[in-house]
Each structure stands twice: as C-alpha cells, then as structure tokens.
Design a protein around this ligand. Structure first.
Ligand code: NAP
Length: 485
C-alpha cells in the first residue's frame, strides 16, 4: 500500500524489552489526506507501561557500564540505517502525518542527524578536577547517566522529536521509554526496528503505543524507576506532566508551545524576508512550534511586503503529500481545521482583512487554503494563541521599540525572527527579544549542532548541540581525602 522497499519497517505492535508486544486492544492510525486506515496499532495500558519501565531499569546497569565508544558505535550504525532507509521512513511519515514527501525526507535526515551528533558527543562527556582547597584532598567531578528516561512526543515531527530525546539519552548511558503521539506511532516503531538492527540491547529503547495518553503518562511521570522525564507538546499538557513529576522529584525537560514573532524592519531585504517568512510559516502546513505566528511589519514597507508574501503564497500547491509538486498537505485533524476557522472568524470580526485564502480547501477533508490576513492587532485571539495552521497574520508597527514590546508581550518564548540590515539595530533587537532561539535574516533555525529550546512558558532545557546531553547527566562530586601527597 505504501510501496516500501522494506515492508518489514511497517510495524503495528509496540516495542518493549527488545520484542514486539502485541495487544488484543488496537487503535487505528489513519492517513489524514485520505482517511484510509494504515494500521491497527497495539493499544497498551498502565501495566504494559510498567513492564516497559522495568525493562529499561533492568537494562540500565549494563548499558551504563559500556564505554562511550561502544555506545557511540551502535548509535552510528543506527544513524546509517536511518539514512539507508530514508525513503521508506519518509513514506511512512507522509502516510500517517500528511506532510509532503520532500519535507518528510528532510525530517528523516534531520532526525538521523541527532543520532549521528550524539554518537559523537557520547565520547565527550568530560568531568572536572577542581583545584583543592586543602592539602591531602582531591576534588573530582564525574558526570553519570541519570537513569531510566521516559519521553512523550507530539505528532508534528514524528521522527525528529523522538530522535532529539532518544539519541542523547542513549548516548549518555540511559535506557528510554517513549510514548509517541496516537496519530503518528508508525514512524516511532520503524525507528525502533532500525535501532534493534543496529544492535541496541533489549530494554534500552522501548516504544509504548497507546490511545490512553493520560493513563500511560501517569505511569511514566510517577514511577520511582524513571529518573528523568522529557516532553515535547503543548504548554497545557506540559504543565500537568510537570506537576505529576513533582511527586518523585524527577529531572524534567519541556519543549512546549510557541507564539513566534517575525519582525520585518524597514531596512530589511524584503525578498529575503518574504522567502524566510514562507519557510518559517508554511513548513508542515504551519504546524510547527517555531512557525511565525505573528508577522510584524514596519509601516512604510508593509504594503510591499504583504504583496510579496501573497504572491508567494498563491504559488503553494495543496494536495496529497505523495503527489508531485505538492507543498501543503492536510491538517492533522478536523479539530485543527476548526481551530483555524475559529481564530480567523474572531480576527475578521475585529477588523482583520483576508488578503488570500481564508477557508477550507476545495479538496475537502482537513485541507485548508494557505492564507494571508492583514491588519491584525495584538488584542485579537489569533495573536495570542498558537495558530498551528497555514495562516500568515500581518501586523503593522511604527517604531522599533513598539515591535519589541509586541513581540515580547506573550507568555511564550521559543523562537523569534527578524529581518534588518543595520548592525546596531540587529544587536539591539537580538538582545531585547525574550526568546530561546532568534533567527536573524533566517527563516529556518533548527539544526542538531545548535541548542533548541524556549524561555518562559515555552519550556525548560535544550535539545541538540553540546548542551543537549547535559539534561541526561547527573553531576557527582567526589571529595577524596587522606592522601599522603
Ligand atoms: P499535546 O496535545 O500536548 O500532545 C503531545 C503529546 O502528549 C502526545 O503524545 C499526546 O498523546 C500526549 N498527551 C496529551 N495529553 C496527555 C496527558 N494528559 N498525559 C500524558 N500525555 C498526554 O500537543 P500536540 O497537539 O500533539 O502537539 C502540538 C504542540 O506541541 C504545540 O503546542 C507545539 O508548539 C508543541 N511542540 C513543541 C516543540 C518544541 O520543541 N518546543 C516541538 C514540536 C511541538 P496523544 O497524541 O496520544 O493524545
């Protein structure tokens, strides 16, 4: 059905303790472009989740004892297998998530890049020797794996959001249990199959598939055996899970929602800004946490920028992600379509103007027209919530300080973007933005070599880069006394 070169990558059972775990209870995974059922996936509950956690705990002592070089070799093999199977992994992802093949191929390479990166970083987890404060003592700092990790991930990047957690955890010496999103478990299961082929020992990687996120989430957050919890998803669910983690005082990493400003100043290269806005806004049909959510344009270049953006939006092609030339697939669910409609209705009722698009696409289902709305103001609901759909909202501003004030006037602080050329302005704005990631004359900021994460209610911790492995390590200080030196 999916025309895979290797049909055995399409799995529908969960993966626990190195084995495929069936269940009489199943839930359907559907193609959002067609509604077709792709697989009936094992629907695990609390007791099977406890088994997965126990398997990870059993695997910990031996995995921790392996040398970093041994762990790195397995991760490297896994990276190579992901890239060798890039096309099949991309096809599975387009089928369950809807984004076009060009994007899913890119996401598989992006996800694999974290496995490659952390295979290398595994070998660079250095400790410290602190100059002693007393004769006859030596003060040593060791970095140790934190223990069993549990992770919960969203549907919008079914491969990369898992790779960003699994790779540093496993590199650091921590077994992990992952609960992927109900909509997109097939990518996770295919990754697990390749991880097993690469030689991950049983229990080091476990995938718990379920339609009962709260039930499984409770085990993962409250188990005494889990020492670290990592979540990517909405701020509301992240807050709830953080509270649950408090019962056992786990280490917590959260990659949560955003409300990214994208500021176009009057000295910007407007073509470059329009190209950057297209990448930032319309990738994955606007369903990314770093999507430009509020495009603020300086008054004297507003009309020119709006025209350039609308021209580009008109060229987007909506359709099934498997079809040639398609740049925009369906939204993930009908709930997502209804949210976009609600936000647009509120905005237009308060004076916003639709420049292009604005309604469900003629293809039906969950397809939505790529949309540009102008004259949006900060008090509209669309300016305050994550749109998570293909809608570019344009705001006008006059002074730089006004743009910065509007940009920071949100509880979120994940990604921000701005286009300007004056170097003084560039540094002033970059330092004033309260965001974890700032794209300056750049619409795409994600890479495995740089720290990804948010300030304020967008999260805690960083993924990727040399900083990303720290979240999976404990610091142990040894005071070694009685030395006759
Ligand atoms: P979500 O509703 O929070 O779901 C994310 C994950 O949490 C899914 O696996 C979901 O399971 C699970 N979940 C939901 N309720 C739960 C509960 N009560 N207990 C335990 N688990 C629970 O978010 P989403 O709509 O899938 O994803 C979009 C959000 O993720 C956006 O806010 C986006 O900005 C954010 N995001 C952030 C980043 C980042 O790096 N900062 C990256 C990507 C996405 P089910 O799917 O099975 O319900």
């Amino acid at each position: 059905m999916l025309k895979l070169k290797d049909e055995t990558l399409l799995k529908s059972d969960a993966f626990v303790n190195g084995e495929w775990l069936a269940s009489s209870k199943r839930f359907p995974v559907k193609n959002p472009a067609t509604g077709e059922v792709l697989a009936q996936v094992a629907d695990l509950g609390a007791s099977e989740t406890e088994r997965a956690v126990a398997a990870a705990a059993d695997a910990f002592p031996a995995w921790k004892k392996k040398t970093a070089k041994e762990r790195a070799a397995i991760l490297r093999k896994w990276f190579e297998l992901m890239m060798a199977n890039q096309e099949d992994l991309a096809r599975i992802m387009t089928a369950e998530q809807g984004k076009p093949l060009a994007e899913t191929r890119g996401e598989v390479a992006y996800g694999a890049s974290f496995i490659e990166w952390f295979a290398e970083e595994a070998k660079r987890v250095y400790g410290d020797v602190i100059p002693t404060n007393q004769a006859g003592r030596r003060l040593i700092v060791l970095k140790e794996p934190v223990g069993v990790v549990a992770a919960i991930t969203p549907w919008n990047f079914p491969n990369a959001m898992i790779a960003r957690k699994v790779a540093p955890a496993i590199a650091a010496g921590c077994p992990i249990v992952v609960k992927p999103a109900e909509e997109t478990p097939l990518s996770a299961l295919a990754m697990a199959e390749l991880g097993a082929r690469a030689g991950l020992p049983k229990g080091v990687l476990n995938i718990v598939t379920t339609s009962d996120a709260p039930g499984v989430g409770k085990v993962l957050t409250e188990s005494q055996l889990v020492r670290k919890f990592s979540f990517t998803g909405s701020t509301e669910v992240g807050k709830l899970l953080m509270q649950q983690c408090a019962t056992t005082v786990k280490k917590v990493s959260l990659e949560l929602g955003g409300n990214a400003p994208f500021i176009v100043f009057d000295d910007a290269d407007l073509d470059a800004a329009a190209d950057g806005a297209m990448l930032s806004k319309f990738r994955n049909m606007g369903q990314t946490c770093v999507c430009a959510n509020r495009i603020l344009v300086q008054d004297d270049v507003f009309d020119a920028f709006a025209a350039k953006l609308s021209e580009r939006v008109a060229k987007l092609k909506v359709g099934n992600g498997f079809d040639d030339g398609v740049t925009q697939g369906p939204l993930i669910t009908m709930d997502a379509v209804e949210k976009v409609e609600r936000l647009l209705k509120d905005a237009t009722a308060h004076g916003a103007k639709i420049a292009t698009g604005g309604k469900r696409h003629a293809l039906g289902g969950t397809f939505f027209e790529p949309t540009v709305v102008t004259e949006v103001t900060p008090s509209m609901t669309i300016a305050q919530e994550e749109i998570f759909g293909p809608v570019a909202t344009l705001f006008r501003f006059k002074a730089d300080d006004e743009a910065i004030r509007i940009a920071n006037d949100t509880r979120f602080g994940l990604a921000a973007y701005f286009y300007a050329r004056d170097v003084g302005r560039v540094m002033r704005v970059a330092e004033a933005l309260e965001y974890g990631i700032v794209g300056i004359n750049e619409g795409i900021i994600s890479t495995e070599v740089a720290p990804f994460g948010g300030m304020k209610e967008s999260g805690i911790g960083r993924e990727g880069s040399k900083y990303g492995i720290e979240d999976y390590l404990e610091i142990k200080y040894l005071a070694l006394g009685g030395l006759q030196i």
